[in-house]
Write a protein that binds this ligand. Structure first.
Ligand code: SAM
Length: 307
C-alpha cells in the first residue's frame, strides 16, 4: 500500500482513463433511468497539481497539461482544435471550483463521475488506504448520492453487485503493486462479478510495460463471457521495457453501443497531443464481439485505423 495517486494524477494514463470514463458516462446518461457507478479503487478524489507530490514528478505536464494548449508546439492537435469529447472533458475540469485561474486541481475518477451524476444516480466508492479514504469521505460528506467504503474493492463487489439501479458501470483501476499477479485478481473479481451482474459495464485500466505481461490478460478478456469487450490503448513509448510505463489501456466489458465510434477521434487526437520521443500508437479494437467467434489466442492485431 505504498502507491499514492497524487504523484501521477493527470498523467497520460489518467487522461486516457478519464476520457474513456467520460464517454461511458455520456452513454449511461443517454437514457433517463438511474444508473450506478462503482469505483473499486477510488483514490482520494481530487489532487492539487501544485502540491509537492505532483510537483515532484511533473507527470501531469506531459498528460493533461498538453491539452491546455492544443494549438501550439510540436504536439498540436490537427487544426488546433480538440474533438468535442476531449473539449467537453477538459472544460469540465476547468469548471471545477478552484480552477478559475487555470488548472490547479485535477479531479480523480470519483469526482469526475460525481459531477456527471444526476439526482437519482448513485456512486459506491471503495478505497483501502485509510488516509485516501478519509479524504474521499470528506470530499463527498454532503452528497447523499455517494457512498464511501474503506475496504478492498475486489471483495466489495460481492456486496455491491448488482446495484439497485440494475444498470451502470464498475471502474477497476488498481495500482498494480502486485505486478502481474494483479491481473489474476482482476480476472477472479470479473468472473464473480459477471455471474452476479452479467449486464453491467466493466471498465478496467491496465498499464503497458512489457507487452508480454499484459497479453494473457487480454486473451482472457476475449473469452471471459462478456458480450462485447472493447480495448482502447495508447502507447507513448515502445512496449518493450518492464521498467517504465510505456502506455496504458482501458478494457471495457459489455461496452455500450457505438462506444468505439465515440472514442476514435479522441484517441487519434491524444496520440498526437501526448506523443513523446516518437509518434504515439493507439489501438481501438474488439477483444470479443457479440455473435463473433472469440479471437485466436495469438498476439492481437493492431487497429488498422491508426494515426
Ligand atoms: C490508481 S489509484 C486510483 C485512481 C482513481 N481511480 C482515479 O482515477 O482518480 C489506485 C488506488 O487504489 C487504492 N487501493 C489499492 N489496493 C486497493 C484495494 N484492494 N481495494 C481498494 N483500493 C485499493 C490505492 O490506495 C490507490 O488510492
Amino acid at each position: 500500500m505504498n502507491y499514492r495517486h497524487a504523484y501521477h494524477a493527470g498523467n497520460f494514463a489518467d487522461v486516457l482513463k478519464h476520457v474513456v470514463l467520460a464517454a461511458l458516462l455520456d452513454a449511461l446518461k443517454a437514457k433517463p433511468t438511474p444508473f450506478a457507478v462503482i469505483d473499486t479503487h477510488a483514490g482520494s478524489g481530487c489532487y492539487a497539481l501544485e502540491g509537492k507530490e505532483a510537483q515532484k514528478t511533473g507527470e501531469w505536464r506531459e498528460g493533461v497539461g498538453r491539452l491546455l494548449f492544443p494549438d501550439v508546439g510540436p504536439h498540436a492537435a490537427a487544426g488546433g482544435t480538440l474533438p468535442p469529447l476531449l473539449r467537453r472533458w477538459l472544460d469540465g475540469l476547468l469548471a471545477l471550483p478552484g480552477n478559475e485561474h487555470g488548472l490547479k486541481l485535477y479531479p480523480g475518477s470519483p469526482l469526475q463521475a460525481a459531477i456527471a451524476l444526476r439526482e437519482a444516480d448513485s456512486a459506491q466508492l471503495c478505497e483501502l488506504h485509510p488516509e485516501e479514504a478519509a479524504r474521499l469521505r470528506e470530499l463527498f460528506h454532503q452528497d447523499r448520492r455517494i457512498h464511501v467504503h474503506q475496504r478492498n474493492g475486489y471483495e466489495a463487489l460481492g456486496a455491491l453487485l448488482p446495484p439497485k439501479e440494475k444498470r451502470g458501470l464498475v471502474l477497476i483501476d488498481p495500482p498494480y503493486e502486485a505486478q502481474e499477479a494483479e491481473y489474476r485478481l482482476i480476472e477472479q473479481a470479473l468472473k464473480a462479478a459477471l455471474v452476479r451482474w452479467p449486464t453491467g459495464i466493466y471498465a478496467v485500466w491496465y498499464p503497458v510495460k512489457l507487452r508480454s505481461q499484459v497479453q494473457p490478460f487480454l486473451r482472457w478478456l476475449g473469452h471471459c463471457g462478456a458480450r462485447r469487450v472493447l480495448r482502447a490503448e495508447l502507447l507513448v513509448h515502445a512496449d518493450d521495457s518492464p521498467l517504465r510505463l510505456n502506455g496504458s489501456g482501458m478494457a471495457i466489458l459489455n461496452a455500450p453501443w457505438k462506444l468505439d465510434d465515440a472514442l476514435r477521434e479522441p484517441l487519434r487526437a491524444l496520440s498526437r497531443l501526448l506523443a513523446q520521443e516518437r509518434p504515439a500508437e493507439w489501438r481501438l479494437d474488439w477483444l470479443a464481439e457479440e455473435g463473433a467467434a472469440a479471437p485466436p489466442p495469438a498476439p492481437l492485431p493492431r487497429s488498422r485505423a491508426r494515426r
